[in-house]
Design a protein around this ligand. Structure first.
Ligand code: ADP
Ligand code: ASP
Ligand code: MG
Length: 450
């Protein structure tokens, strides 16, 4: 292990010149931070996704003008924008051409080529922001490092190839004492095409780079001063958690705590790299350390909320005393690359929710007509939407007496559609009406944490 840290700054942290300057100061203040991973400036990726979905010329012009305005606002605050402005203009031209192509025919590969441009722009501008604070930095195209498969929109990294690339590209720079600025979220497939790791994937990129660089830690700088007992936007009384385990953080991320991309903890756990989460606006406020085995391990740790869930109920009389029905259903789901999230079964039916974590960058609909048609061949299919998943994360929840009573007494006035309890020692999941979800998080939080 080295004394190197990989720092990642999210969209709001690089949203404008003042925010970028705050990030630059954090980087400069910490000599161990030698690799910096950035997201696109807030709002840019959403605009690029809209362009990638294809739209008419007028809409395209409007969306591109919005992208340009976000970058222009930062450029206008630089002392010397001339060189970087040229590069941004060239990227905006590329965006225009790709968006026009997308309006004729969209594809997942084209989408990734288009939406990677946000990170390209933010990183180029950030190098200049650092320079104007007298700090030289080297811009690296992360596609020369992060190798992935060709699953556009939600590509999986090739760890071995990424390690080799890092040794060839990043290590010499770091050994020379350079500060590296690079992009989160994106990679390159074996054919040389741009890929993305799924929305919010920059956290994952930072952890991947930390792993191949044998970094001592990953510093996730965002717009909250750590991981809280629940989303502080929903419950202002939520408390910061000072230390928590990889397992707890992974559960939270998987079940919707947007503060970390769900895959971030994979490299961290694999290589035992501590992850820090803090606020780039208020670094002095401290943050959360996520490590392998911190003490204590409270029964109730946090509440996560994942909105916009789909419940699929499959019923078939032939399921009664039959073998192979579930295998059949899971086979169909696997063929459509859908992973199941929570599941309950009865004699003649199975209800399941679909895993949308780290969803594809294109935001594609998971329940395609083909999938529904195939499922309909083996059973009757009912699809419910307007649901949210509330996950209570903690430790030894399955063996602690009175857990269920505390939770379900609190939830008495609400309609809980499905409960998943027992499979994991770390969580209890409840599927509820979206309209009631925030209220449920509030009452549960009040009961268990306040
Ligand atoms: P970034 O752009 O830096 O990646 P994100 O918006 O992806 O930031 O993640 C930060 C947001 O995560 C916070 O603003 C907060 O609303 C949300 N969030 C959800 N759950 C939690 C939690 N338990 N603790 C802290 N933040 C949370
Ligand atoms: N810019 C990408 C997104 O908005 C990746 C990230 O922010 O982590 O999803
Ligand atoms: Mg994020």
């Amino acid at each position: 292990m080295s004394n190197l840290s990989v720092a990642k700054f999210g969209g709001t942290s690089v949203a404008n010149h003042a925010a970028m300057t705050a990030c630059a100061k954090i980087v400069i203040a910490d000599p161990n931070t030698r690799v910096v991973v950035l997201s696109a400036s807030a709002g840019v990726t959403n605009l690029l996704v809209a362009l990638a979905n294809g739209c008419d010329a007028a809409e395209r012009a409007k969306l591109i003008a919005e992208v340009r305005q976000i970058q222009e606002n930062i450029l206008n605050e630089l002392q010397d924008a001339s060189q970087v402005r040229e590069k941004i203009e060239a990227i905006l031209k590329t965006i225009e051409a790709l968006a026009e192509a997308a309006s004729l025919a969209t594809s997942t590969a084209l989408t990734d080529e288009l939406i990677c441009q946000g990170e390209m722009m933010s990183t180029l501008i950030f190098v200049q922001v650092l320079k104007e604070l007298n700090k030289n930095a080297t811009w690296v195209d992360v596609r020369t490092v992060v190798a992935t498969n060709s699953n556009f929109g939600k590509a999986a990294p090739n760890d071995e190839q990424t390690q080799k690339n890092s040794d060839n590209v990043l290590k010499p720079l770091i050994d020379r004492g350079e500060l590296v600025i690079t992009q989160g979220f994106i990679g390159r497939d074996p054919q040389g095409k741009t890929t993305t790791l799924g929305r919010g994937g920059s956290d994952y990129s930072a952890a991947l780079l930390a792993e191949v660089l044998h970094a001592k830690d990953v510093l996730i700088w965002t717009d909250v001063a750590g991981i809280y007992t629940t989303d502080p936007r929903i419950v202002p009384a939520a408390k910061r958690i000072d230390t928590m385990s990889f397992a707890e953080a992974a559960e939270m991320a998987t079940f919707g705590a947007k503060v970390l991309h769900p895959a971030t903890l994979l490299p961290a756990v694999r290589s035992n790299i501590p992850v820090y989460v803090g606020s780039s606006k208020a670094p002095q406020d401290g943050g959360t350390w996520v490590t392998r085995d911190p003490q204590p391990r409270p029964t109730f740790r946090a509440i996560a909320l994942r909105r916009d869930q789909t419940l699929v109920t499959l019923s078939s009389l032939s399921m009664l005393h039959a073998q192979g029905f579930l295998a059949n259903v899971f086979g169909i789901l696997a063929k459509h690359k859908i992973s199941v999230d929570t599941i309950t079964t009865s004699e003649v039916s199975v209800a399941l929710t679909l895993d949308k974590t780290g969803s594809a960058s294109s935001g594609a609909n998971m329940l395609s007509a083909e999938l529904l048609a195939e499922l309909s061949e083996v059973s009757s299919v009912k699809v419910d939407t307007g649901l949210s998943l509330v996950a209570l994360v903690g430790n030894d929840l399955h063996i602690t007496a009175g857990v269920a009573k505390q939770i379900f007494d609190t939830l008495e006035p609400y309609n809980v559609r499905m409960i998943s309890y027992g499979a994991s020692t770390n969580n209890i999941c409840m599927l509820v009406q979206s309209a009631q979800a925030d209220d449920i998080v509030r009452v549960l939080h009040k009961k268990l944490f306040e």
